[in-house]
Ligand binder design. Structure first.
Ligand SMILES: Nc1ncnc2c1ncn2[C@@H]1O[C@H](COP(=O)(O)OP(=O)(O)OP(=O)(O)O)[C@@H](O)[C@H]1O
Ligand SMILES: [Mg+2]
Length: 314
């Protein structure tokens, strides 16, 4: 009965509006469906990950499942907090962009997506107190404007410890101010910390001739936390964030094998509208640095330099 009445009202009001955009805006307002351009497409995310993220079965599974659970929960108990770890060029920034692309209508261009990098935003050690206050105000202000905001902190291992502590209260279950629900926000922390232990486990699996897809989070999670806590330059160092389990999911990114880099090369050529050439791929692969040096198992820079190398060898 109530739903029928709303529908009637919607049709009556909408008929005076004229175009479909206004109708959908009204629909958003009435039902709170499209908060701040937040339009999660979990199926799309799942497909994009399966097709375009190479060699990262853990990241794929953990990020998709966490995002799915979170967006399907009407009133989350706490914000979603993800921490990405791994060597350079393994896809951490790429995966965060894919996630954002499938959560917001305007993707990474959405005004509700905020990126922080210590090199750009927190450059001077003597200004730490100022940064702390600014960051707190910024997060609070943006969460008041839109509870569905997303905050990405890059290069956490270069973040002055202490800065991140000011946002710890936003990451837990209790942060509700002026009636705004801050528990719908998403925080992503990215760093290379823990990369060494991830690489070692991946190498052990390779040496034991075990499938890398058999690597589980339980093989890595605790070791990554320990590595982060032992890194004095990491933004989580001595913070309560890891201790208090404010991070929901630790996401390890494995080092990439030459066959994964080959897929990146293929992808880059496709993006440029050029047909895949095996000799070009071989030249790019040969020009990369691998580790361990003698066995050349994993690419030291993952897929990071693929685009520029492809252009060089073209
Ligand atoms: N696992 C992957 N699958 C597909 N493409 C990848 C993957 N890893 C990296 N790439 C490609 O390489 C580029 C560089 O990767 P990205 O910037 O995500 O690395 P990163 O892990 O963030 O490295 P850094 O720690 O140096 O910031 C991406 O834009 C993407 O095109
Ligand atoms: Mg990155």
């Amino acid at each position: 009965m109530a739903a029928g009445w709303w529908h009637f009202l919607l049709v009556v009001v909408a008929s005076g509006l004229g175009n479909p955009w206004e109708i959908s805006t009204l629909h958003c307002r009435l039902y709170d469906f499209c908060e701040c351009g937040f339009q999660p497409d979990v199926k799309g995310l799942e497909c994009d990950f399966a097709r375009n993220v190479y060699g990262q079965h853990l990241a794929q599974e953990l990020v998709v499942n966490a995002a799915k659970r979170f967006v399907e929960t009407e009133s989350p108990k706490k914000p979603l907090v993800l921490s990405f770890h791994g060597w350079s060029g393994t896809g951490k920034t790429f995966v965060s962009s894919l996630l954002i692309k499938h959560l917001y209508k305007d993707g990474t261009r959405s005004p509700y997506v905020h990126h922080f990098s210590p090199i750009l935003h927190f450059t001077h050690a003597q200004k730490v107190e100022e940064y702390k206050e600014d960051l707190k105000q910024w997060i609070q202000g943006n969460l008041t404007a839109c509870g569905r905001s997303i905050f990405v902190f890059e290069e956490m291992d270069k973040m002055h410890p202490g800065i991140i502590n000011v946002i710890a209260p936003f990451l837990g279950p209790s942060w509700v101010v002026y009636g705004s629900n801050y528990r719908k926000a998403i925080f992503i922390f990215i760093s290379n910390a823990g990369g060494d232990v991830i690489n070692q486990v991946a190498l052990d699996f390779w040496r034991e001739r075990k499938d890398r897809e058999e690597i589980q989070l339980s093989d890595l999670g605790a070791a990554i936390s320990d590595a982060v806590m032992a890194t004095a330059e990491h933004g989580f160092w001595q913070s309560q964030i890891l201790n208090q389990s404010l991070v929901d999911v630790i996401v390890p990114f494995l080092p990439l094998r030459p066959n994964h880099v080959r897929q990146c090369i293929r992808n880059e050529l496709e993006l440029q509208g050029i047909q895949y050439k095996d000799d070009l791929a071989r030249s790019v692969l040969e020009s990369l640095v691998y580790f361990p040096e003698d066995e050349r198992v994993f690419s030291s820079t993952g897929c990071k330099t693929v685009a520029s190398r492809v252009n060089y060898f073209l």
